[in-house]
Design a protein around this ligand. Structure first.
Ligand SMILES: [Zn+2]
Length: 320
C-alpha cells in the first residue's frame, strides 16, 4: 500500500523519478497517486564507460539522462523536481558521484549542475539502492521504525532507513553490503578484496557458483533458476549458497543496526523461493537469541517502481 499521501500532505506536487539500472533507465512521473507515467530507455552506461574515455562517457550519460527526461518534462509541465537514483557513491553534501565501481573513469563528476541547467528544474542525484530502499519504505506505508533494503542484481547493493530517513553515511558508502567479506581468501571481487558477499549472492555470483559446480560457464542467473526449478542439483545448490551467504552478511548487520524489517529486491529476488530455505536457516543460526524470529524479511512489494518513487520522493524531501 503506497503511502505517498502521508508524505505529500500539502498541495499536489508532480515529480520526475529516474532509476539508472544496469542496461536501461526507468523514468517515471510520481504524484501522490503513485507512478502515473513511466517509460524505459535502453542505456548501458557501464559498457560505454569501459569503451570510452571519461569525458566522452560523462557526455553520453548527461545526454542520455536529459534526453530521457525531456518527454515527461513536456507531458507534465507542472513537474517541480527531478530525482535520479544512480549506481555509485554519492557525496551526501555535494551530491557529486565520487565513484561508480561499474563505471571506471567516472570519478568526482557533477551530474546535478548540467542537468538542472538543461532541464531548468531542481535535480537531485542519490545512490540507486538508497532511492530503491526509500521507495520500498514508502510502499510499505512508512510504519517500521527502521528498514534495511538489499538489492540483488548484477551486484548487491543496500541501504538503511532509520527513523523514517534514509541514511547515506558520512561518505555516501553506508550499507555497501555487497562488499562485506563472507569468505576470507575467497573469490576476487571488483573492489580488490576477496570473498565479498556479492561474489556469491548476486546474479553474477550465482552464475560463478554454478560454473564452479557444473563446469558450465557463461550461463545467466535467470536461466540457472529455470534449471533449478527443473531439479538441476548444481543450479539448486548455487541459489542455496547465495541464500546462506546473504543471511551470513545480514545477520552481522542486524546485530549492529537492529531494525525490525528487511526488504529484498532486485532481479534475483524473483527467484527468492530458491534461496529462502538456506537464508532462513542461516539467519536464525547466526543471529543472537534476542533477535531470532523478531526480524521480518520480505521481498519487494513495489516491483520495479521502488527506485523511481524513492528518487522522486528524495528530491521532494530535499525541497522541504
Ligand atoms: Zn568487493
Amino acid at each position: 500500500m503506497l503511502s505517498l499521501s502521508k508524505i505529500i500532505d500539502s498541495g499536489n506536487p508532480c515529480l520526475i523519478g529516474v532509476d539508472v539500472g544496469g542496461t536501461n533507465l526507468r523514468v517515471g512521473v510520481v504524484t501522490k497517486h503513485g507512478v502515473v507515467w513511466e517509460q524505459r530507455v535502453q542505456a548501458d552506461f557501464a559498457a560505454f564507460c569501459r569503451d570510452h574515455p571519461p569525458d566522452a562517457a560523462l557526455d553520453f550519460i548527461l545526454d542520455t539522462l536529459s534526453g530521457a527526461i525531456q518527454e515527461p518534462r513536456a507531458r507534465y509541465p507542472q513537474a517541480c523536481a527531478v530525482g535520479i537514483g544512480f549506481p555509485g557513491f554519492i557525496d551526501p553534501a555535494t551530491h557529486m558521484v565520487t565513484q561508480s565501481p561499474n563505471m571506471p573513469g567516472l570519478l568526482d563528476v557533477d551530474l546535478v549542475t548540467p542537468l538542472s541547467r538543461v532541464l531548468n528544474l531542481p535535480v537531485l542525484v542519490e545512490n540507486d539502492a538508497l532511492a530503491a530502499g526509500y521507495g520500498e519504505y514508502i510502499a510499505d506505508n512508512c510504519d517500521a521504525a527502521g528498514m534495511i533494503y538489499i538489492g540483488l542484481g548484477t551486484g548487491v547493493g543496500g541501504s538503511v532507513i532509520l527513523d523514517g530517513k534514509p541514511y547515506p553515511g558520512a561518505h555516501g558508502v553506508s550499507m555497501e553490503i555487497g562488499h562485506l567479506i563472507v569468505d576470507p581468501g575467497g573469490r576476487l571481487c571488483g573492489c580488490g578484496n576477496r570473498g565479498c558477499l556479492e561474489q556469491y549472492a548476486s546474479a553474477s555470483g550465482i552464475a560463478l557458483t554454478y560454473a564452479e559446480l557444473a563446469g558450465d560457464n557463461g550461463l545467466d542467473s535467470a536461466l540457472i533458476a529455470v534449471f533449478a526449478r527443473d531439479g538441476d542439483v548444481n543450479a539448486i545448490e548455487a541459489y542455496r549458497r547465495g541464500g546462506a551467504v546473504l543471511a551470513q552478511g545480514l545477520a552481522s548487520i542486524l546485530k549492529v543496526l537492529d531494525v525490525p524489517q528487511v526488504v529484498v529486491g532486485g532481479g534475483v529476488s524473483q527467484s527468492w523461493i530458491l534461496m529462502k530455505e538456506t537464508f532462513d536457516a542461516r539467519l536464525q543460526q547466526d543471529l543472537i537469541p534476542a533477535l531470532r524470529g523478531r526480524v521480518q524479511v520480505r521481498t519487494s512489494q513495489a516491483d520495479d517502481q521502488a527506485g523511481i518513487i524513492g528518487a522522486a520522493m528524495l528530491a521532494f524531501a530535499r525541497m522541504h
